[in-house]
Design a protein around this ligand. Sequence first.
Ligand SMILES: [Zn+2]
Ligand SMILES: [Zn+2]
Length: 359
Amino acid sequence: MKAAIYRGAKDIRIEEVDKPTVKAGHCLVKVAYCGICGTDLHEYESGPILVPDKVPHPVTGCSLKDGICLGHEFSGIIEEVGDNVEGDWKKGDRVVIEAVISCKECYACRSGCNNACSKLGFVGISGLGGGLSEYFLSPAAYLHRVPDDVSLRIAAMSEPLAVAAHAVRRSGFQKGQSALVLGAGPIGCFLVKVLIAQGASTVIISEPSSTRRNKAKLAGAHHLFSPLEDDIPARVRELTGSDEGVDVAFEAAGNERALDAGIRSLKVRGTLLNVSVWSRPPKVDLNEVVFKERQLLGSSCYYMDHPAVMEALKTIDLSAFVTGVIPLEDLVEKGFEELVHNNEAHVKILVSPSGDMSL
Ligand SMILES: [Zn+2]
Ligand SMILES: [Zn+2]
């Protein structure tokens, strides 16, 4: 079968590899669509970052020299069910894969926070296969069923939607509250969708790119500001009341000024939820946190969020987020290189490893 194998920065090759054979506790999944994620793009541009380089990943035992199959945002159809599989899975079932790999032994895992595992890994980054290939041999425990009226294209976006849903859950957001989202890249846009679906009274976007602001508007954001032109905390207070501010703010830009504006835009005891991964540690004015009794929280990927997310896919319309559908052969040129040169125009490029676009 064909698979996209990561060999290092700017070196992703479509290679012929052995099709996996089904084994106990696993299902063989024929991949329908796989999204390209910002994480994949970072690996392409300047990796290996999360891909295990010299030291093999402690759970998968894989490293770069083995060649790492990419792709962690994917949907597919079960082709074969192994022995002793838990759950009512059968050939033909439409599924998505929950991509978090954890050790199941460390303190985080024992506490039900497998997404904060000390040996955290991901399908499509840490080895043992990925979604940018024709087939994926999935532990049955990773599988979630796609609702009948949700297409496999839309279902492939359940992974970034789960990231957003987990962040919103972690933030303590309640229906009727106001929210500020800093950064309207893919995760920012998915956050807007989740906040609107969960009944936010006001969703405000801070994003310097007008192209991205338009994507956030399409996602349903109520107010859109540019941090290059607007004083964000001041504009937020024009909307929420002069001495109030938003209930929750989401940092999805990985930018120190955005983080600062987010904290200053919060009401007393408001919460800033950071979902960004930072290339350099940001400076934070903790007096802004202390004197207003604000909270700073972190959120990483997802755990146990998929059942609710699969249900939410029935009503959240993500179709406008698909900004390209390409066959696997075009992955580098029309996928990664397109995202390098034309990133702001895209939310999600989907890849069809089988080439069957009718799925
Ligand atoms: Zn991702
Ligand atoms: Zn663990």
